[in-house]
Design a protein around this ligand. Structure first.
Ligand SMILES: Nc1ncnc2c1ncn2[C@@H]1O[C@H](COP(=O)(O)OP(=O)(O)OP(=O)(O)O)[C@@H](O)[C@H]1O
Length: 224
C-alpha cells in the first residue's frame, strides 16, 4: 500500500510545507484527511499518486520506492490509485460515457460497454450517458468523476474535497458511493475540511481520521 517514513515536501528549495510525516495507509480502510485550508491536503494527495515526489524521507507505494519509479512504474501506480480531483475537468466535447471511459482509451484498452453501463448505473448517471459535461449538475459531475476514477479498478481511491460544492444530500449520496467502494475492499482516502461530513460517515464506518496541522500529519483523536 502507501507508506511514508519521515516524509517532507516543499514546493521551493528551502521551503518545507510538510515534514516528518510517517504513515501507512491501511489496506481496506476508510481514511479521512482533514486540516485547514492551505495546510497541504491536496499536496499530500499529490504525493500519494506520485504527481509530486517527496523532498525528504522515504515513500513507497505497493512496495516500490516512489523516487526510483520509471515512467512505466508511475503509469502502473496510477492504475492502482484512482483520483477524484478537487476541480474535476472533463472533455466538454465528449459525452459523459466517453469521459468516464477515458482512462481505458488512454491505456489502449477495449471498452466493455456492459461494464461501462453498469458503472454509470452505479453512480446513477445512466440517463445522462449521452449528455455533455456542461449539462451536468455539480453532484452529477462529481459522480461522473468518481466513475472515471474507478474504471480501471484501482486498489486505492483518493478524493480531494469531493463534496466541496455540494449540498448536504448530494454530499451524503457521494459518500455512500465511497462507502460502497470501501465495503468492496478498496482503500479510500477523502480529503475534506467538513467535520460534519466526517462525523456522519463515521457513524457508518470505522474511519481513520488524519489531520494536517503545523506542517505535519497527525492521527486525529476519537472525538472527531
Ligand atoms: N504548485 C504550487 N506551487 C507553489 N505553492 C503551492 C502549489 N500548490 C500549492 N501550493 C501552496 O501550498 C500550500 C498548501 O496547498 P494545498 O493545496 O496542498 O492545501 P489544501 O490543504 O489542499 O488547501 P485547500 O483546503 O484550500 O484546498 C498553500 O500555501 C499553497 O499556496
Amino acid at each position: 500500500m502507501i507508506e511514508m517514513k519521515d516524509v517532507g515536501f516543499g514546493y521551493h528549495a528551502g521551503d518545507r510545507l510538510l515534514s516528518g510525516m510517517t504513515l501507512s495507509l491501511q489496506p481496506g480502510m476508510f481514511h479521512f484527511l482533514t486540516g485547514p485550508s492551505g495546510a497541504g491536503k491536496t499536496t499530500f494527495l499529490r504525493l500519494c499518486y506520485a504527481d509530486l515526489l517527496p523532498t525528504e524521507g522515504q515513500m513507497t507505494a505497493f512496495g516500490q520506492d516512489l523516487r526510483s519509479l520509471s515512467r512505466d512504474g508511475i503509469a502502473g501506480l496510477r492504475r492502482r490509485v484512482g483520483v477524484v480531483h478537487q476541480d474535476t475537468q472533463f472533455l466538454d466535447h465528449l459525452p459523459v460515457a466517453e469521459n468516464v471511459a477515458l482512462p481505458l482509451s488512454i491505456a489502449g484498452e477495449q471498452v466493455d460497454m456492459q461494464a461501462l453501463r453498469d458503472l454509470l448505473g452505479w453512480v446513477q448517471l445512466a440517463p445522462h450517458a449521452r449528455a455533455m459535461p456542461p449539462q451536468l449538475s455539480g453532484g452529477e459531475r462529481q459522480r461522473a468523476a468518481l466513475a472515471r476514477a474507478v474504471i480501471l479498478s484501482p486498489d486505492v481511491v483518493l478524493a480531494d474535497e469531493p463534496t466541496g460544492n455540494l449540498d448536504w444530500d448530494m454530499s451524503m449520496r457521494l459518500m455512500q458511493l465511497l462507502l460502497e467502494l470501501n465495503k468492496s475492499g478498496k482503500t479510500v482516502l477523502v480529503a475534506t475540511h467538513d467535520l460534519n461530513l466526517i462525523r456522519a460517515t463515521k457513524a457508518q464506518v470505522a474511519a481513520r481520521v488524519l489531520r494536517i496541522a503545523g506542517g505535519t500529519l497527525h492521527l486525529a483523536g476519537a472525538d472527531l
